[in-house]
Design a protein around this ligand. Structure first.
Ligand SMILES: NC(=O)C1=CN([C@@H]2O[C@H](COP(=O)(O)OP(=O)(O)OC[C@H]3O[C@@H](n4cnc5c(N)ncnc54)[C@H](O)[C@@H]3O)[C@@H](O)[C@H]2O)C=CC1
Ligand SMILES: CC(=O)C(=O)O
Length: 310
């Protein structure tokens, strides 16, 4: 399967590396307005390939995206220390006005996978600009926040993150909602599991995990300027679900007709992903506080999306 990546910076190159290391794509084409950067990234990643897979990784122009099954959009600016994702909106919407048309001119049937922040609003913008069905314009949404949540819960409980079934909903950003009430470890309710292994989920533990998930990006950006390994692996995970028509349930963002009473909003809830993109949306059962936090998150995203001129 041929995958295109527009934006060969930290996120785009981390996604290309993850795809190549797992042999998910037969070919990855990197496109960037900085052609030298795209070339250098492609060459560097292609030198890792002989150790593990047969993926062809190369740099190209938009013309080289013909026949792509998925194109990742990771072009645009990232956050400076202390900056929120939503503050990037104006600058990155301008980038998408240029990029989305270029991609679709050569690959009109491709799926778009959006990574650029603020990812939910950029997914809304890309859906409008492309005219593609919403289920074919997928934002990575809270896939990364869900991974962070599962990782911290697994660490606290002393089990593998893959055995934790818990999702982060809403915005990939400050208003995101950690869905504690329906989380499970194996087949047990999270609270029951935690009590049985003698690791109760006290208010202090919950607050520390919430902070660790919600503020992870701020901490990493303060320490090293940007985050990329986590989202690179997350993008590869979504592409694997598409490439193999896996029907995985992942928390990703698409424009959805209605969520918690808010119409036409792009945000994350668990969704089934396969070769055609998002196959179905799954609304989890939430407690009252979680519903009200999700309404707040959806409202913020809806207002941001409505503020973008096309
Ligand atoms: N969805 C998520 O969970 C995450 C999203 N991000 C977001 O991903 C985006 C990219 O971040 P990084 O890779 O760290 O930034 P970066 O600065 O390393 O890379 C961005 C690349 O986009 C290219 N670019 C800019 N305008 C372009 C255009 N018009 N056409 C083609 N290429 C263009 C730049 O030349 C640059 O190489 C940011 O918006 C960042 O906030 C970052 C981490 C996680
Ligand atoms: C930067 C970003 O969106 C993240 O690491 O969550």
């Amino acid at each position: 399967m041929k995958v295109g990546i527009v934006g060969a910076g930290m996120v785009g190159s981390a996604a290309a590396y993850a795809l190549a290391m797992q042999g998910i794509a037969s070919e990855v084409v990197l496109v960037d307005k900085d052609a030298d950067l795209a070339l250098a990234q492609a060459e560097d990643i292609s030198h890792a390939v002989p150790f593990v897979s047969a993926t062809t990784v190369r740099a190209g122009s938009y013309r080289d995206l013909d026949g792509t099954f998925v194109v990742v959009l990771a072009a645009g600016v990232n956050q400076k220390p202390g900056e929120t994702r939503l503050e990037l909106l104006g600058r990155n919407a301008a980038v998408f006005r240029e990029v989305v048309g270029e991609v679709l001119a050569v690959s009109p049937d491709t799926l778009l996978l959006i990574a650029t922040n603020p990812v939910d609003v950029m997914t809304h913008v890309a859906t409008r600009l492309s005219g593609l069905p919403a289920r074919r314009v997928i934002g990575s949404g809270t896939i990364l926040d869900t991974a962070r949540f599962r990782s911290l819960l697994g660490r606290h409980l002393g089990i593998a993150p893959q055995s934790v079934h818990a999702y982060v909903l809403g915005e990939h950003g400050d208003s995101e909602v950690l869905a504690w009430s329906n989380a499970r470890a194996g087949s047990l309710a999270l609270v029951s599991f935690a009590d049985q292994v003698g690791k109760p989920l006290t208010e202090e533990v919950r607050a520390a995990i919430d902070d660790g998930v919600r503020n992870a990006a701020y901490k990493i950006i303060k320490g090293k300027g940007s985050t990329y390994y986590g989202i690179g692996a997350g993008l590869a995970r979504i592409i694997r679900a598409i490439a193999l028509d896996q029907r995985d349930i992942l928390s990703v963002s698409i424009v959805t007709p209605e969520v918690v009473g808010i119409p036409e909003v792009a945000l994350s809830i668990p969704r089934v992903i396969g070769a055609a993109g998002v196959l179905s949306d799954l609304m989890p059962e939430l407690d009252v506080a979680e519903v009200s936090a999700l309404v707040r998150s959806a409202t913020i995203l809806k207002e941001s999306a409505d503020s973008v001129p096309l």
